[in-house]
Design a protein. Sequence first.
Length: 446
Amino acid sequence: MNEQKSAVLNMTEGSPLSLIIRFSIPMLIGNLFQQLYNLVDSVIVGQFVGADALAAIGATGSVTFLFFALCNGIGSGGGIITSQFFGKGNDKEIRSCISNTGYIMLVFPLVVGALAFLLTAPILALLDTPAEIMRDAVIYMRIMCVSLVFVSLYNYASSMLRALGDSKTPLYFLIFSCILNTALDVLFVCGLHTGVAGAGIATAISQLVSGISCMLYAIRKNEYFKMSREDLKFNSCISLKVLRLGIPLSLQFSLIAISCMALQKVVNSFGKVAVAAFTATSRIEQIIHQPYQTLGAALSTYTGQNYGANKKDRIFAGYRTSLVLMAVFSVLMLPVMQLFGELIIRIFVEDEAVIVMGAKALRITSVFYAMLGLIYVIRGVLNGLGDSFFALLNGIVEVIGRFFVPVMLTGIAAIGLWGIWWSVGIVWSISGLTAWLRYLSYKRKL
């Protein structure tokens, strides 16, 4: 094996537990550093600008997630198809998939980013964003729309590398860019007093550095990115395969984002304290999501490679292993949130009303962590198998749940605003059960 192939991990041979853990750890570290973009923004803005500024950033979260999701689903679809070609050992199709996914990923972010920039103010108004935070929310979200191209560049390069079993390379660039983001946050927000705009610019610059660096490294060091003119030709068959899986994934992520926007509208109706508390708990939950998300992504690559190699028994073994890992993490996190909620929320703000509300909210949602983990594990298997129907099904379930459950629960006087966080856990449970039923149905077809 030559030097350039040494970073590629073949997951069709060896212990599923060892492979999934080896692949997951660098990716988990990378995902945690990626989450630090938003976390650092929130902590610095919340501590040095105030609760209103924190609420302004939080009010944009579900909206920016929607636009990011439209692009990231395509990259994920391309990565899954690439992993299946890798399992088959077809180098020509691997290169063609990398190049054709790149063409699609060049167009999507430009179109979506432009539309998002233009629609920022109307969408935030539609969500009943409190007037006190509207101006800052518009500024922050528009900066995030510009950075959509940068985020998509990194996600494209990292998806291709991970499909080939290389989860370490994306990590190195994320660590550097996260350190850069923190330094720029301190400079712009604390030093130059530029408020939420400075936090947004710091994030955008860091994402640009991460995307360009990862892409250049892949081109120079990974042999599958070294392409002939034939490899760079547009291939309608492969492009359709990427779109056939990527579009449902995009729709799934987008529907989930729309459901989050529906929940954000309910949160906004309870005022800026609730918005700030929800922002803080959402940032914590984004961190909690990462081990589950990483496990699901690792399982997706593992499943894709073994499905391409027609090793179905290994797929089921990887699924069972991942369930155990997920359950262990869920059990460990429960007492942390139950006992130390106040200390965790205090990282973000000093407002006592926000701290008390956020701590109780964490105690509610932590009970449902296992159901959240179940979603990611099953999603990883089904995405790796190329089950595009599940992607749509999962998104539809999330939309229905987040549209109706929060409204129903918050409308009950005895529950009130706490229905916001109870609804989060209930929707996780509904989605987890739906995913499990789909897995059982799909398993019988293999």
